[in-house]
Design a protein around this ligand. Structure first.
Ligand SMILES: [Zn+2]
Length: 96
């Protein structure tokens, strides 16, 4: 009798960098028993499901949005060189 296990093909993710060991092209992508996509680093064994990654991506996006709103342009008036207030210090006449 021939038993054929459910095939779970692993494929490499080109250009993917492992968030743990920073190795490139060491990440394989496959589907877990739960039907979740899993990324696994064959270099350090780091594993992350697609849902975990989505949550992480979302957190990162929220963070960058928060940063973007923090950088508010200053309503600073720009003076031309000629209009710049000229202050000359130390030339005050001595009244003594
Ligand atoms: Zn790794």
């Amino acid at each position: 009798m021939e038993y054929q296990p459910k095939k779970k093909p692993k494929r490499f993710v080109a250009g993917a960098v492992c968030p743990k060991c920073s190795e490139m092209d060491r990440t394989v992508l496959y589907t877990s028993d739960d039907g979740d996509e899993v990324r696994e680093c064959i270099s350090c064994g780091f594993k992350q499901t697609a849902s975990e990654q989505a949550a992480e991506d979302q957190a990162r996006q929220l963070e960058s949005e928060a940063l973007a709103t923090r950088v508010t342009p200053l309503g600073k008036a720009v003076l031309d060189e000629d209009e710049a207030p000229l202050k000359i210090l130390g030339i005050a006449d001595k009244a003594d």
